[in-house]
Design a protein around this ligand. Structure first.
Ligand SMILES: [Zn+2]
Length: 206
C-alpha cells in the first residue's frame, strides 16, 4: 500500500525531482519526529538531548547533499521527546533485516504505526533499546518510520542513514557514501541519489 503511495508521489507531485533532482533545486523540506521509547528501568531511558548530535549531522548532510532542510514536525517544536506510553517488549527489542518485515505485521509494527507523528509525509523515528543485528532499521519506502537503538545513538550518522532509507535510498558498497552499511560510512552521495531522495513523498515543497 505504502509502496503505491510512494510511487504515485514520485510520478506526479515529485516528477520534476525524479528526473532532475540532481540539480538540487529548489530547496525542499523534510519533517521528522523522534520518539524515545521508555525503558523498563526508567533511569535507562535516554534523554531527548542524546539525539542532538545526530540531528546536527543529518541537517548538515541533507542540506549539503540534497538541498533539503530538516525540520521538526511541529513548527518551532522540538525534534525529540520521550513517548509517554509504555511500549510492548516487542517494540523495545526489535529485529533488524527480514525479521523486521515479519515484525511489521505483528505487535511491534502496530505499536509503531499507531504512534506515528502524522501519516504519509513526516518520518517518525523511534529510539528502541535494541535491534537484533543492527543499530538502526528502516523498511524503506514501505513504512513511515525508522528505528534506532541505544548502540546506534552513539554514532552520529545513523539518523541520516536510516531516514535516507525511508526516502527510498538503498545500500551502496562505497565507504565514502552515506548509504554504506557500516558505521564507518562517509557523508557523500551520487547524483542519482539526489533524484531518489528528493522525489520521496517525505520530501516536500512546503
Ligand atoms: Zn542501512
Amino acid at each position: 500500500m505504502r509502496t503505491i503511495v510512494d510511487s504515485v508521489h514520485r510520478l506526479t507531485l515529485n516528477i520534476f525531482d525524479a528526473l532532475l533532482g540532481f540539480l538540487n533545486w529548489p530547496k525542499k523540506r523534510l519533517r521528522i519526529r523522534i520518539f524515545i521509547l521508555r525503558n523498563e528501568q526508567p533511569d535507562q531511558t535516554p534523554a531527548p538531548d542524546t539525539v542532538d548530535e545526530m540531528i546536527k549531522y543529518a541537517k548538515r548532510s541533507f542540506r549539503k547533499n540534497f538541498n533539503v532542510e530538516l525540520l521538526p514536525v511541529r513548527r518551532n517544536g522540538h525534534f525529540a521527546e520521550v513517548l509517554q506510553k509504555d511500549p510492548p517488549v516487542e517494540a523495545l527489542y526489535t529485529k533488524g533485516g527480514s525479521g523486521a518485515l515479519k515484525e511489521e505485521l505483528r505487535l511491534a509494527g502496530s505499536f509503531f504505526a499507531s504512534n506515528l507523528a502524522n501519516p504519509i509525509y513526516p518520518v517518525t523515528v523511534f529510539v528502541v533499546k535494541d535491534i537484533k543485528g543492527a543499530d538502526g532499521c528502516s523498511l524503506g519506502p514501505m513504512s513511515d518510520y525508522v528505528t534506532i537503538d541505544h548502540v546506534g545513538l552513539k554514532n552520529e550518522s545513523v539518523l541520516a542513514h536510516e531516514v535516507a532509507h525511508a526516502c527510498g535510498l538503498w545500500h551502496l558498497h562505497d565507504k565514502r557514501n552515506l548509504l554504506y552499511t557500516s558505521r564507518s560510512r562517509g557523508d557523500e552521495c551520487r547524483w542519482w541519489q539526489k533524484n531518489v531522495f528528493r522525489s520521496s513523498r517525505h520530501v516536500t515543497y512546503w
